[in-house]
Ligand binder design. Structure first.
Ligand code: ADP
Ligand code: MG
Length: 612
C-alpha cells in the first residue's frame, strides 16, 4: 500500500494562502495599514512605487514589536490579536488571522524595521522567499516600517494577471481613501514615489471628508447620530445633490472596518430613491458600531464581508437613522414628502392599475376593477400603523430586490436616448414587446425571442468598433459642459484618454474638472454628462475576465452606458430597427460580453413539443 497524502511544506502552504489574501498590490497596502492601525499608530505613511508592483513602504508610529516577536510576525497563524475561540467572537482589531505577513512573505521580499518605546535600539528582519531570515539590531524611530519589494516576482502567473499601473494605483488609492475616512484621528500620508497624493492631519470627521472629497460634497452633508438597542449609527448622509454617476462615493464601515453589504447599501439607497436619478449614487459615510459578538468578520478572506446576527434590525435602524438625518435638514424641502411615501407604501402600477406594497414588493392586487377603492383602503390602513413607525418593518432580500426593480425601477416609458439610434424602418413585420424586455417576432419558419438589451449592446458596440476616428461621429456642444471629477475618474481618463476621444468625446481637463466640448452623435442632447459619467463608472469595473483590448473595453463600456435597458418600452420602429440590425449578424449572434441575443423556435420545435 502506498500512502499519497502529505502535509504541505510551510512555504507552499503560505503561497497557497497568499492566493486568497494577496491578490494585488492593493491587498498588501490594506493588510499593512490595518496592522499599523491595530498597533495604535496615530500617524501612518504609505509610499508606493510603480503602483506597488516594485515597492510598498508603510511607516507607522505604533507600538512596535520586540525582538522575540519579530520573527514570529512572519509565521502563519501567528498573531498577537486573538488567543482563544472566545476572542474570535469579539474582534475589535482589523486583523486577527495572523496570515497576512506570512502570505506576503511567500510572494515578495519583506523588510521589517521596528522599535518599541522603551527600547534604546530597534531591530530589522529581512526576509526573502525560501531563504533564511536575517534579524539584526537596527537604528530606527519608535514604531514599525514594513518594506515590500518585487511583489509576485516568484509567482509569474499572478504577476501577469496584474492590470496596468494606473488601474492598480486606483485600487490602492481607493483603499487609502477608505482608511483616511474611517480613521480621521490618524494622520495619513500617501505618496506615489515622489508625488504626495494626500497628506491629511488628525482632524474631525467632517474636516476629513472635506479634505478628501472636496467642498462640493462637504458643503452638502447631514450629520447622522443615532443610537438604539445597543447599535450606534454615525456619520454623514449627503444631500440628493451629491448624487453622482460613480458608485465610489459611498462608504459603509462596521466597527471602523470598511465593509461591502448589498443589503445595507440597498437599505440606504431606498431612502434616497424618490429624490435622485436611478443611475446615480449619493455620497454617504456611515459607521455602524455594534457589539463585536453579534457579528462574524471571519467569513471572507479579505474581510470585506461580514455576517450579522441581526441584519434585519440593522437594516431597519439604518433606514431610520438616514431618514432622520435627512429629515432634520430643513434645506431639503422635498424630503417632507418622504415621510408620506414611507407611510403610504401602497401604490398602483401597470396599465390596469394593480396595487403593490412598495416596501415589500408584494403585489396586493393586480385586478383593476375595484382598484381605486382598495388603494384608498390600504392607504387609510397604512396611516394607522405606519406613520409613527417610519422604518421599514421587513428587510429586502435579494428576491425582494428583484421584485422591487421589476415593479418600480423599470416601469418607465422608453428612454428617448434610443431615439436617435434607430432609423425608421417601414417594412411590415409582426412584432411585439413582452415585459418591456424582450422582442418577439414571427419568422418564415417559426419565431424569434430577442433580448433587447443584449441586442442593442451588440449593435452599438459594432457601430463603435467600425468607426475609429472620433471626428466623424462627434457633435460639438453649443455650451461646453464642465464636470468635476473624482481622483478615480481622473485616473480612468488618464489611462484611456485616446480611446475615449476616439469614441467621439472631445474634452480638456483643468485641475480636477473636465470640460466637455463634443460628444458622440449617439448621445442624446441633455444626456452628455450622464453618458460620460456612466462610461467612466463602467470603465471602473473590473472587466479583466473578458480579456478585451483597450479599444474593445471602451467600446463595450460606451455601449453599456447607452444601450436600452430591460424594462424600457420600445416603439414598433425601435423594435424593427433592432430586429433588422440583428438579422444582418447571421444565425447565432452573441452580445459583446458573450451572452446570447436570440432564442429561435421553429414550427417543428413547436410541433414536436405539443404533438408528440
Ligand atoms: P494579524 O494582523 O492577523 O495578527 P499579520 O500577519 O498581519 O496578522 O501580523 C502578524 C502580527 O505581527 C500581528 O498580530 C502583530 O502582532 C504584528 N505586527 C504586524 N504589523 C505590525 C505593526 N505595524 N506594528 C506592530 N505589530 C505588528
Ligand atoms: Mg494583519
Amino acid at each position: 500500500m502506498e500512502s499519497v497524502i502529505k502535509l504541505l511544506p510551510e512555504f507552499l502552504a503560505n503561497q497557497i494562502a497568499a492566493g486568497e489574501v494577496v491578490q494585488r498590490p492593493e491587498s498588501v497596502v490594506k493588510e499593512l495599514v490595518e496592522n499599523a492601525i491595530d498597533a495604535g499608530a496615530n500617524s501612518v505613511a504609505v509610499i508606493v512605487q510603480q503602483s506597488g508592483k516594485t515597492l510598498i513602504h508603510v511607516i507607522d508610529n505604533g507600538k512596535g514589536m520586540s525582538t522575540d516577536d519579530l520573527p514570529l510576525a512572519l509565521k502563519r497563524h501567528a498573531t498577537s490579536k486573538i488567543a482563544t475561540v472566545e476572542d474570535l467572537h469579539k474582534i475589535m482589531t482589523l486583523g486577527f488571522r495572523g496570515e497576512a505577513l506570512a502570505s506576503i512573505a511567500a510572494v515578495a521580499n519583506i523588510e521589517i524595521r521596528t522599535k518599541q518605546k522603551q527600547d534604546s535600539i530597534g531591530y530589522r528582519l529581512v526576509s526573502e522567499p525560501l531563504k533564511s531570515e536575517i534579524l539584526e539590531p537596527f537604528q530606527c524611530d519608535k514604531g514599525t516600517q514594513i518594506i515590500v519589494k518585487n511583489l509576485f516576482y516568484n509567482v509569474p502567473a499572478r504577476k501577469k494577471f496584474l492590470r496596468s499601473d494606473l488601474t492598480e494605483f486606483r485600487h490602492i488609492s481607493e483603499t487609502m481613501v477608505k482608511f483616511a475616512l474611517a480613521h480621521p484621528t490618524i494622520r495619513f500620508t500617501f505618496s506615489d514615489n515622489k508625488t504626495v497624493i494626500f497628506d491629511v492631519k488628525e482632524q474631525s470627521l467632517s474636516e476629513r471628508i472635506r479634505a478628501i472629497t472636496g467642498a462640493a460634497i462637504a458643503d452638502n452633508l447631514h450629520e447622522i447620530q443615532f443610537e438604539k438597542d445597543g447599535i450606534k449609527i454615525s456619520g454623514f448622509a449627503g444631500s440628493p445633490s451629491t448624487a453622482a454617476h460613480m458608485r465610489g462615493n459611498q462608504y459603509l464601515f462596521l466597527n471602523n472596518r470598511s465593509i461591502i453589504s448589498r443589503s445595507l447599501s440597498f437599505a440606504i439607497s431606498q431612502i434616497y430613491e424618490p429624490y435622485i436619478d436611478k443611475s446615480t449614487y449619493p455620497f454617504y459615510l456611515i459607521n455602524i458600531t455594534v457589539n463585536p459578538e453579534t457579528i462574524d468578520v471571519n467569513v471572507h478572506p479579505q474581510k470585506h464581508e461580514v455576517k450579522f446576527d441581526n441584519e434585519r434590525a440593522i437594516f431597519a435602524l439604518l433606514q431610520e437613522a438616514v431618514l432622520k438625518a435627512l429629515n432634520t435638514a430643513h434645506s431639503i424641502p422635498d424630503l417632507q414628502q418622504h415621510q408620506a411615501i414611507i407611510s403610504q407604501p401602497f401604490s398602483t402600477f401597470g396599465e390596469r392599475g394593480g396595487i403593490v406594497n412598495r416596501i415589500t414588493g408584494e403585489i396586493i392586487s393586480s385586478d383593476s376593477s375595484n382598484n381605486a377603492r382598495q388603494t384608498n383602503d390600504y392607504r387609510q390602513q397604512s396611516f394607522g400603523n405606519q406613520i409613527n413607525n417610519q422604518q421599514v418593518k421587513r428587510p429586502f432580500t435579494s428576491h425582494d430586490l428583484t421584485a422591487y426593480e421589476a415593479l418600480f425601477g423599470k416601469n418607465e416609458p422608453a428612454v428617448s436616448t434610443t431615439d436617435s439610434l434607430f432609423r425608421e424602418e417601414e417594412q411590415s413585420l409582426d412584432i411585439w414587446q413582452i415585459h418591456n424586455s424582450y422582442i418577439v417576432h414571427q419568422t418564415v419558419s417559426g419565431l424569434h425571442i430577442i433580448d433587447q438589451y443584449n441586442a442593442h449592446l451588440r449593435l452599438l458596440y459594432d457601430e463603435i468598433m467600425e468607426k475609429s476616428d472620433g471626428r466623424e461621429i462627434s457633435q460639438t456642444l453649443l455650451f461646453a459642459v464642465s464636470l468635476p471629477l473624482t481622483q478615480s475618474e481622473l485616473y480612468i481618463i488618464e489611462e484611456s484618454e485616446k480611446e475615449i476621444k476616439n469614441l467621439g468625446f472631445q474634452f480638456s481637463i483643468e485641475k480636477n474638472t473636465l470640460i466637455l466640448n463634443a460628444v458622440p452623435f449617439s448621445v442624446k442632447s441633455g444626456d452628455e454628462e450622464k453618458s460620460f459619467k456612466e462610461l467612466l463608472s463602467f470603465l471602473a469595473e473590473d472587466m479583466s475576465s473578458l480579456e478585451l483590448d483597450v479599444k474593445r473595453r471602451i467600446a463595450l463600456a460606451f455601449a453599456r452606458s447607452n444601450a436600452v435597458q430591460s424594462g424600457n418600452k420600445l416603439s414598433k420602429e425601435e423594435m424593427k430597427a433592432i430586429v433588422h440590425g440583428i438579422e444582418r449578424l447571421g444565425k447565432n449572434p452573441m452580445s459583446p460580453n458573450g451572452k446570447p441575443i436570440i432564442i429561435s423556435l421553429t414550427l417543428e420545435d413547436l410541433l414536436r413539443t405539443f404533438r408528440t
